[in-house]
Each structure stands twice: as C-alpha cells, then as structure tokens.
Design a protein around this ligand. Structure first.
Ligand SMILES: Nc1nc2c(ncn2[C@@H]2O[C@H](COP(=O)(O)OP(=O)(O)OP(=O)(O)O)[C@@H](O)[C@H]2O)c(=O)[nH]1
Length: 342
C-alpha cells in the first residue's frame, strides 16, 4: 500500500437485476464529461465476461471479474482488484463497480468495511437500475426479494426501459417500489439517460438508511434467498462453427426455455462472417445486433445463460444452439456450472 492516496477514493456501485441496464449505464457515465480518471470493475456472473468487452473507450484501469459474484463467491478478488486500482502509480480518482445482476450490494459494502481498504475507499453512492419492463416477469418470491434488496440498499433508482414498459407499467413498478421504500429517489429513463450530475461524486450514500431499508426488504418477503450463489446456475457455450441467422432467430424466439433469466454473448453468423454480433436476451426480450468486425479475433460463438439451478438444462441448451449451426455435433463445448457457496 505504498502509494495509497491520502483521501479515500470514492466508489459508486451500479447494481440491479440481470439485464436491467447496468452496462448501458456504465457506458453512459464513461462517455460523459466528468473529467475524472475512473477505475472500473466489471463483474459478470457467468464464465464469459461479456460486459467487460462491451465497455467503451477504456485503455487501462479496467478489471474484469467473471465466473462468480463479487458479493459472495469472489469477494477476495474484489478486494484485490480495488487494491490494484488504488495502488497504481498513476492513481485513479474514482471507482465504478458494475456488480453482477445477482449481487446483493449490502454484502459488497460489508466487504469493504471488513477489509484493510475500508479507510481507502469511500462509498459515494449506490445506484440501482430497475427494468421497468420486466420486473414482474418471473413470479418468484426469491427473485422479488433479491430485487428488493438491491433497491433497498440503493440511494438512487433508475427506472429504466420505460420505452418498453409504457406509462401504466412504469407507474405500477414505481408504486411497487414506493410501497417498500418511500425515501428512495426514483428517476425514470430510457437507456439510463439520466444527468451525470446525479450519478458521480454526489456523496449520497447513508449507511444507516441503506441498512434499515435493506433489512426492511427481508421483513416483507417470507421466502429468503440466504445464498443466491446456490440459487442461480450459469451455462456457457463456445463454438467456432457459424450459426445460421434464421435458425438462431427462430430458436431464440420459439424454443429457448422461458426460465432463462438472461442470455447474452457474441455470435458468429454464416451470412455475415466478417462481423461480430451481440445477442442480448433479457427475460422475453431478444436483440441480435451487429457489434463490430471480428478484426484480429478468431470468429466464434461465446454465449452465456443464467437460470434457476433446478431448471437450467445444459444438454438441452447445447443442442438448441448446435442445431442452429446445421450440424449435429454434441455439446462438448458447452458446460453448466452450478455455483454453490459457503
Ligand atoms: N429498449 C430498451 N432497451 C434497453 C434499455 N436499457 C438497456 N437496454 C437493453 O437491455 C439489454 C441489457 O442491457 P445491459 O446494459 O447489458 O444490462 P445489464 O444490467 O448490464 O445486464 P447484466 O450485466 O447481464 O446483468 C441490452 O440489449 C440493452 O441494449 C432501454 O431503456 N430501452
């Protein structure tokens, strides 16, 4: 800790359920006119860190944490990564942490309180992105509880995707949040388009309020997800045979199991082999968009999916994607990981 700065480095945690728009928000902040040297930590629950590759214009100062959640499974990695950022020769002035979509921000906060770095980091704010379109898609009390924990610990809620949700659904989600946490500020948005001034260096985080509201989210739900790491499973697929666009689109629309909370990754399509495509599935919404040329990278499909551990059928998922390549090869390149912690 030789070069530790005297003043604690402010940290903003971006939280919110899978696919809510955290990477979208992170990119918006990074593109903004903040004038700060920002260090970035990006955490993907799956084994392929898709988000890290989607973060814009970062030459250095970004650390990618994949294959586990920073709030529980890879807490030590989180502490080491923060240490690496604040001990750089060219110290950063601000840290943005994009937590995984299954993270409980209270546990992230506790990691810093417990660690040797608690005097070197100042939690500036916790911003929670809520998907106004999909918050009620899964009628599962455990998921509702996790979403409430994320919202309850936040000091700002971005009620995102109001373009998809529409006025009535957005109002319904707002009433739902208000019903639990009347003090949290809620800002409706499309693509997380909110003023930068309410996001960085706001000094809004109030630990006693956050802890009280976080505890309140426990009071209102009877089902408790004591350990979310044993609740979710991830599946990953890496394959260098191109997929047929039409077959992929049809499969995603009609056959991808509806219990997949999130599926995303890079796709290699037969009809445009020079371009990398980005697949984004959030609940029932699907996007397949041209990302960029493969350039020097070897074209390949790299896809992850997250579902409840009891419903994720890895063999079936492998078969579904393999079938889109027009070959009947098995799924030896796909694997499922059920993450169980402590
Ligand atoms: N229509 C619409 N799409 C949005 C909006 N915000 C984000 N998206 C899309 O939603 C998908 C998920 O957005 P991300 O920013 O990757 O979400 P995330 O929270 O980082 O996802 P995970 O890290 O996997 O939990 C992407 O396809 C985005 O383009 C919005 O306001 N409106």
């Amino acid at each position: 800790m030789n070069n530790a700065p005297k003043e604690p480095v402010p940290l903003t945690i971006l939280t919110g359920f899978l696919g809510a728009g955290k990477t979208t928000l992170l990119n918006r902040i990074l593109k903004g006119d903040h004038g700060l040297k920002i260090g970035i930590l990006v955490n993907d629950f799956g084994s392929i860190n898709v988000d890290a590759e989607l973060v814009v214009d970062v030459e250095d100062g970004m650390i990618s944490l994949a294959n586990g959640c920073v709030c529980c499974q890879i807490r030590d990695d989180l502490v080491e990564s923060v240490a690496a950022l604040i001990e750089r020769d060219d110290p950063i002035e601000y840290i943005l942490l994009e937590a995984s979509g299954v993270a409980d921000p209270a546990s992230i906060y506790m990691t810093f309180v417990d660690s040797a770095y608690r005097d070197l980091i100042r939690l500036d704010s916790v911003t929670c992105v809520v998907d106004a379109d999909q918050v009620f898609t899964y009628d599962d009390p455990d998921l509702a509880k996790l979403k409430l924990q994320q919202i309850g610990f936040a000091d700002l809620v971005i009620l995102n995707k109001v373009d998809l949700a529409g006025v009535e659904e957005t109002a319904k989600v707002k009433r739902w949040i208000d019903g639990f946490f009347s003090r949290v500020r809620i800002v409706p948005a499309v693509k997380c388009n909110v003023p930068l001034e309410i996001l960085l260096s706001v000094g809004r985080f109030d630990v006693s309020r956050a802890m009280a509201d976080h505890a309140h989210s426990h009071d209102h739900e009877h089902h408790h997800m004591h350990n979310h790491g044993s609740f979710f499973s991830t599946w990953s697929y890496t394959r260098d045979a191109p997929l047929q666009r039409k077959a992929l689109e049809r499969m995603i629309k009609r056959e991808l199991p509806s219990n997949i909370y999130r599926c995303k990754g890079f796709v290699y399509l037969d009809d445009d082999p020079k371009s990398r495509y980005l697949l984004q599935v959030v609940g029932r919404r699907v996007e397949l968009t041209k990302d960029r040329p493969w350039g020097g990278e070897d074209p390949a499909n790299r896809i992850v999916a997250i579902a409840h551990k009891t419903t994720l059928d890895s063999a079936h998922l492998g078969e579904l994607f393999d079938a889109c390549s027009g070959s009947s090869v098995g799924n030896e390149n796909s694997d499922a990981v059920t993450v169980a912690t402590g």
